[in-house]
Write a protein that binds this ligand. Structure first.
Ligand SMILES: *Cc1c(COP(=O)(O)O)cnc(C)c1O
Length: 359
């Protein structure tokens, strides 16, 4: 069976050896030595340091909205994973969708101003599949209207834009280390902020608001990661260069075999961005073609995923379901093909042959 992804797990003795240190100390959470070591190593790997690790990639979005004091309308993308929208709703804010660019699949900044009202307080956009948003234009609009900018960078491990970590853009940036993501700690994530005061406020909010054992800065929640999560990260991190290179080779193999077909296209990567090969999205000419392809792949025990379907403006719990023509059109026609480091070139060829036979 070939799924859209397969979690990379290091040899178990390497994980156990790191975990032994937590056992020896009888210290399994609350920012133990393994977590601190992972933060240090990630700072070097990602070439950015204003972040801390969290227990997943969703709580950072909620903490960011809370800490920035966002209560009203949040301009956001309809083309992302549900956590982007659900965090806004969970925090009692109102998501206001702005359609995406057809080629990059990220929020279309030329449509943002028309969606701004006197209740708009923030923009929460996703660098979808690791492809950066038009961060410069978004920044200009945010400054003009005094809006906060949060980036959901869950797909962006190791992505750089104009030679700087993508995590450094926006007031706050968040990421996920979930086991389906490029780099993982089982469950996990991180939150980034360049402003020192903002960073400190985010930090105490993730630990019940503690200021030492007996005092509180204010309200908080628990978004701490455990030493088991950190041990997983420490044992996966040394493999990341190999993993990314393998995924790059597989992606190129897919592209080579599928690029001259007239029934599917690839996402356009923004100029200045590096790729991390976290996903392999392909866009079919029609939804019928996508469904037929899914059916023939499933017969061969190949299970791609319809990331992201449906378009988030269609979520059942939203009050105003304003149409988002481009996002809806893309959601219906996009498929993420299997991509993981254990996949073989032969399997990629089999998948491509199956896809080509559908037409
Ligand atoms: C995975 C993902 C999240 C949520 O991350 P978790 O670590 O699973 O909580 C948020 N946003 C996007 C775009 C994601 O893909």
């Amino acid at each position: 069976m070939i799924n859209v992804t397969k979690t990379f797990l290091p040899p178990i003795d390497e994980y156990q050896k790191i975990l032994q240190r937590a056992w020896d100390k009888k210290w399994v959470t609350n920012r133990g030595e393994l977590l601190l070591e992972l933060e240090e190593k990630l700072a070097t790997y990602l070439n950015t340091s204003n972040f801390f690790i969290t227990t997943n990639g969703t709580l950072p979005l909620q903490i960011a909205l809370k800490v920035l004091g966002i209560k009203g309308e949040v301009i956001t993308t309809p083309f992302s994973y549900v956590a982007t929208t659900s965090s806004i709703v969970w925090e009692g804010c109102t998501p206001v969708f702005v359609d995406i660019e057809e080629d990059t699949l990220t929020i279309d900044p030329s449509k943002i101003e028309a969606a701004i009202t006197d209740k708009t307080e923030a923009i929460l956009a996703t660098h979808v599949f690791g492809n950066p948003c038009d961060v410069e234009t978004i920044d200009k609009i945010a400054k003009k209207y005094h809006l906060k900018v949060i980036y959901d960078a869950a797909h962006c491990f190791a992505v750089t834009y104009k030679d700087k970590s993508i995590f450094e853009y926006g007031d706050v940036s968040t990421t996920s280390f979930h086991s389906t993501k490029l780099f993982h700690t089982g469950e996990g994530g991180a939150i980034f902020a360049n402003d020192k005061t903002l960073f400190d406020t985010l930090y105490y909010h993730h630990n019940f608001g503690h200021n030492g054992p007996l005092e509180y800065h204010g309200l908080g929640i628990n978004a701490k990661a455990s030493e088991m999560q950190a041990a997983m990260g420490l044992s996966v991190l040394p493999y990341m260069d190999t993993i990314i290179n393998k995924r790059k080779a597989l992606s190129e193999c897919y592209k080579e075999q599928l690029q001259n077909t007239d029934f599917l296209t690839f996402m356009k990567i923004r100029d200045g961005a590096s790729m991390n090969y976290s996903y392999l999205p392909v866009l079919f000419k029609t939804e019928e073609l996508l469904l037929a392809t899914l059916e023939s792949l499933e017969k061969k025990e190949v299970f791609p995923r319809r990331y992201f379907y449906p378009s988030l403006n269609k979520l059942p719990y939203l009050e105003h379901k304003k149409p988002m023509p481009i996002s809806e059109k893309i959601s219906g026609r996009i498929l993420c093909l299997p991509l993981y480091s254990e996949l073989s070139m032969e399997e990629v060829t089999m998948i491509c042959d199956t896809i080509k036979q559908v037409e």
